[in-house]
Every structure is written in structure tokens, then in C-alpha cells.
Write a protein that binds this ligand. Structure first.
Ligand SMILES: Cc1cc2nc3c(=O)[nH]c(=O)nc-3n(C[C@H](O)[C@H](O)[C@H](O)COP(=O)(O)O)c2cc1C
Length: 314
């Protein structure tokens, strides 16, 4: 079984990926948050700091792209190849309204001709290993089934499926019946699963239902417990003491990296976003979390967060 790090825009940037890689095991591949495709004349991939090879310590990184214009995909994929990347992923799952409105992300799923045109051009005109990350559909699970049926025979690297509809955002539970229908329509494509794996028991339940899927992406579950992949590989949880001790080293490293690279202002907003997830690692109450998030200057936020991270176990 392989565990990959899911892309979370604004969260799983290279600083986060590098620190997780230094302090926790179990992740073999990281897909980056999405970058916009562009035509060759407008492209300057050197500006994309998140995917510069020298900024990335995880050896297997797959850059992710967002867009819907076949020619722009070909240009952007070629530019990524010039940076040394041989694998590129296409996001057709993002449910954000401003993205969907432009028929990007999940907004392209009701248009299978467009999806097929992008895949056809990239696979025919580049030698890059191309892959897709999708939902069941935007409004209807028939959309995903149709896309998978059309993509069956293209030489794709893999297809990640997050089994919710776009209109659901992150509500409700992943639809495993829908996922099973997708698997039936995908032919021989390699399927990677993404959705709501948060601990050993949720992983085991999913594993029993889909023993044929050999790769699982971890997103919010890994943010809540950065040792999740390591624990799933080992089949057992770390002790509370080990988790806390190792987390505090991870946290200190991440804070130091962020401060050095991005300064206190950007570090404060990045950490506030992360603490929504870390709160469950430390079993913070709603009011404890709110108190932390109300801190507006770096010093007081950092002091309070450090106190939580280094508090002795009760
Ligand atoms: C805040 C946030 C940002 C996300 N950004 C991306 C993204 O850039 N690209 C992408 O393909 N999926 C993105 N996703 C979806 C995740 O990669 C993943 O498929 C989804 O969260 C379900 O998996 P999980 O339950 O393990 O988190 C994002 C999800 C969240 C919550």
C-alpha cells in the first residue's frame, strides 16, 4: 500500500511538505496544490517557487495544473518538463465557485469532450506521464462515469478519485457506491483514492471495501495527525508521548522555516489555517481554538501556540 500527500491549496506548500518529510514517515509521493496553465508566451515557470526542484526535499513531487485549454496544457506541461518533471496532474475536482464558474476544476466535469480533448492533446503531444484528479461529478455522478469511460484507453499515469460531487463541497460522507461505479468504468487505469481517511479504523474500513486500490492519498487526516501515513504503514498508532514529542520538533522546524522564508505576517496566517487541523491533534475545545485564532500579532500567537505544543501530558 502506498500513501501519498494530497494537495491542499494554501496549506501543503513546499515548506509544509519538507517539514512533514523531515519529521514523519510513510509518504512516498506528494501532489502539489494547483498552478494555472498558460500559453507559452506568458509562462514563466521559474516564478513558481513551490515546485522549483531546489525547494523540494520530497523526492517524488507531482505538480498539479488547473485549466481547460488543451493548447495551454501542452505548453505548460512542456515547461514543467524543462524543470525536470516527468509527471503532471490535472485538477478537475476543485469545487470553489469562482473556479467552477470558469469551467475549471470540477466545473469542467459536465463537459467530457473538453476533458478528453485536454487528455488527448497532452498524451499525444508530450511524453509526460499525465494524470487526473477528479470528483464523482459536479452535479451528477454520471459525469464522472462518462469521463472515466472516455479516458479508459489513454495512457494515463493514474486517476485520483475523491468520491463526492462538487456541489457537496466537503459535506456528507464519501460515496463508496459511486466510487465502485467509477472503478467499473475506469478499465485498466490505476485508481488512487482520496477522501476522509483519518485514522487506522477509517483506513481499514476503506481497505476492506476496495482491496483492489493500492494507493491512498491523505489530506485533512494527515493535517490533523502528521504521523498518519507512518501509523498506517506500521498498522499501529504512536504513543501519545511519542506523538507529542515528535510533533513539537516538527512544529518548531515549521515555524522556523516559515519565519525565515516568509516573515511573521505570512507565517501567522499560514499557521492559523493549520491550527484548525492541529486543534484536533491537541483535542482543543472550540473556545481554546478561538482564543488562539483571535491573536492578531505574531508574538502573542506564537507564545500561546508554543504553550499548547509543549504542555506536559495530563
Ligand atoms: C483547503 C483545501 C484545499 C484543497 N486544495 C486542493 C488542490 O489544490 N488540488 C486538489 O486536487 N485538491 C485539493 N483539495 C482536495 C484534497 O486534495 C482532497 O482530495 C480532499 O480534501 C479529500 O481528501 P481528505 O478527506 O483526505 O482531505 C483541497 C481540499 C481542501 C480542504
Amino acid at each position: 500500500m502506498e500513501f501519498w500527500l494530497a494537495p491542499l491549496h494554501g496549506i501543503t506548500n513546499h515548506h509544509f511538505r519538507n517539514c512533514v518529510n523531515r519529521h514523519a514517515g510513510g509518504i512516498s509521493v506528494a501532489v502539489t496544490p494547483f498552478l494555472p496553465v498558460q500559453e507559452a508566451a506568458k509562462l514563466n515557470v521559474r516564478k513558481w517557487t513551490d515546485i522549483q526542484p531546489e525547494n523540494n526535499e520530497v523526492s517524488r513531487i507531482i505538480p498539479q495544473l488547473m485549466g481547460n485549454e488543451p493548447a495551454h496544457f501542452v505548453d505548460t506541461v512542456r515547461a514543467l518538463q524543462s524543470l525536470g518533471y516527468q509527471r503532471v496532474n490535472w485538477n478537475i475536482g476543485c469545487p470553489a465557485a469562482q473556479v467552477v464558474r470558469k469551467q475549471r476544476g470540477c466545473g469542467v466535469m459536465p463537459f467530457p469532450d473538453r476533458v478528453e480533448a485536454v487528455v488527448q492533446r497532452v498524451t499525444a503531444e508530450t511524453d509526460c506521464l499525465f494524470s487526473v484528479k477528479m470528483r464523482l461529478g459536479l452535479r451528477n455522478p454520471r459525469e464522472g462515469v462518462e469521463i472515466l469511460r472516455r479516458l479508459q484507453d489513454y495512457p494515463l499515469d493514474f486517476i485520483v478519485i475523491h468520491p463526492r460531487l462538487g456541489v457537496q463541497q466537503y459535506e456528507g460522507s464519501p460515496d463508496w457506491d459511486g466510487l465502485a461505479k467509477c472503478c467499473d468504468s475506469a478499465g485498466k487505469q490505476r485508481i488512487v483514492y482520496s477522501g476522509d481517511i483519518v485514522d487506522l479504523s477509517s483506513f481499514q474500513r476503506w481497505r476492506e471495501a476496495f482491496p483492489q486500490i493500492g494507493t491512498c492519498m491523505l489530506g485533512r487526516g494527515l493535517l490533523r495527525n502528521i504521523f498518519l501515513a507512518e501509523e498506517l504503514c506500521a498498522g499501529t498508532e504512536l504513543s501519545r508521548e511519542q506523538r507529542r514529542m515528535r510533533f513539537s520538533k516538527f512544529y518548531a522546524d515549521y515555524v522556523q522555516t516559515m519565519l525565515a522564508q516568509r516573515g511573521p505576517h505570512a507565517s501567522l496566517s499560514a499557521l492559523k489555517e493549520l491550527w484548525h487541523y492541529f486543534a484536533s491533534f491537541f483535542q482543543l475545545s472550540e473556545s481554546q481554538l478561538l482564543h488562539l485564532l483571535r491573536q492578531t500579532d505574531w508574538e502573542s500567537f506564537h507564545q500561546e501556540a508554543t504553550a499548547i505544543v509543549s504542555a506536559p501530558l495530563d
